[in-house]
Design a binder for this molecule. Structure first.
Ligand SMILES: C=C(O[C@@H]1C=C(C(=O)O)C=C[C@H]1O)C(=O)O
Length: 363
């Protein structure tokens, strides 16, 4: 009986000693980050300290080096928070996101920038763009596509009128839950609130389990959660953040029809991000309405062996050009192969706007 007690004691002493080391090392790291910030300010007063490409490299390196027992994503999340805290020491990043509080977009903002960033909810996607354009915040976070429901047109359209650049991307696994106020019974639920996208992502589950309940679309799933807080016959479809924020109970967990349901968010800002080593580029291209236009546009991608990850068509809003294409591909605009391809596309298209080259989402 005494053996395990002794070794437990010894292990706790070892953990205390390790914590001392971790504490000292994190403090040393923070002091280094402070020095980096001083050098940046000396070089350029008012410089932005946040470097998306450097942060992506730090996280990728940690994931490569990690040997367990913690899995690499978990380890990267810990380092994400250390970097976030180091950066906040000098200049907390201010981020506007599509609100209200408790939305998946807020969750994406925290996943990307860490808990030490200051995040501010906006009522609409164009407001997020406007806040960044006005310089009231450093970055914005907006959803751009969902694996089940497809593209979020409003975000694409906002880019057409904006001079902002894409500085990063973050992909979030979306888990929806059926949430109710503490006292609500399952058999009393006659109405379900959610955002139309979330209804679409849970359609089959709802048809099977709540075919009779009225489905009421609202502006966000956080708003849905807020509404059911005081309604004993209603439920909301929303995520963990909204459940926590409003203290709701889960009647059913992970009710999304597809287990791999995920949403991609873009980080928008004013920065041209240098090469990180694993990057993506986004473009808007306007083509004249003539036979073979799409083929002409795609041919240089094929010839330079550039991996296109997304192609969306939107009606042009200016009326001058008939088609507008949104294209994502792997590579950075400063890589020679990509630069050569872009030059050719520029010759063939009526207009090309590079929305940004940015690190592929790490977490
Ligand atoms: C320390 C730096 O500045 C910031 C903080 C970082 C960090 O804590 O590792 C990384 C990139 C920047 O966002 C840097 O540029 O190296």
């Amino acid at each position: 009986m005494t053996e395990p007690t002794v070794s437990l004691e010894a292990l706790r002493q070892r953990i205390d000693a390790l914590d001392n080391d971790i504490l000292r090392l994190i403090s040393e790291r923070a002091a280094c980050a402070q020095r980096v910030a001083e050098i940046k300010t000396d070089r350029e007063p008012g410089a932005l300290f946040y470097r998306p490409e450097r942060e992506a490299q730090v996280l990728r390196r940690i994931m490569e080096l990690n040997k367990g027992p913690l899995d690499s994503e978990e380890m990267a999340r810990l380092f994400r928070e250390i970097m976030s805290a180091c950066l906040a020491l000098e200049q907390p990043v201010k981020v506007a996101y599509l609100g209200p509080e408790g939305t998946f977009t807020q969750q994406a903002a925290i996943k990307h920038f860490g808990e030490s960033a200051i995040s501010l909810p906006m009522a609409a996607i164009d407001e997020v763009f406007r806040e960044v354009e006005a310089g009231a915040v450093n970055y914005g976070v907006v959803p751009v596509e969902n694996s089940t429901e497809g593209v979020i047109n409003h975000t694409l359209d906002s880019f057409m009128d904006s001079g902002l650049r894409i500085c990063g991307e973050v992909v979030l696994r979306i888990h929806h839950h059926l949430l109710v106020a503490e006292t609500t019974r399952r058999d009393k639920v006659s109405r379900i609130y959610s955002h139309p996208q979330s209804f679409a992502q849970c359609r089959k589950w709802l048809d099977a389990h709540f075919p009779q309940a009225e489905r009421v679309p609202v502006s966000s799933n956080a708003e849905a959660a807020r509404l059911v807080k005081t309604e004993w016959h209603s439920a909301a479809i929303a995520g963990d953040m909204a459940a926590q924020l409003y203290g709701l109970a889960k009647l059913a967990e992970k009710i999304e029809d597809r287990p791999d349901n995920s949403t991609r968010f873009l980080i928008i800002g004013n920065q041209d991000v240098p090469i990180s080593g694993e990057d993506k580029t986004s473009l808007v291209v306007a083509m004249r309405n003539q036979p073979g236009a799409l083929h002409d546009l795609l041919e240089p991608f094929h010839r330079h062996q550039i991996d296109m990850t997304r192609l969306e068509t939107r009606p042009s809003r200016t009326g001058v050009w008939n088609y507008v294409f949104f294209i994502d591909f792997k590579g950075h605009r400063e890589e020679p192969r990509v630069a050569a391809m872009l030059e050719e596309v520029q010759l063939r298209a009526a207009e090309v706007k590079v929305l940004g080259s940015y690190p592929v989402g790490v977490l």
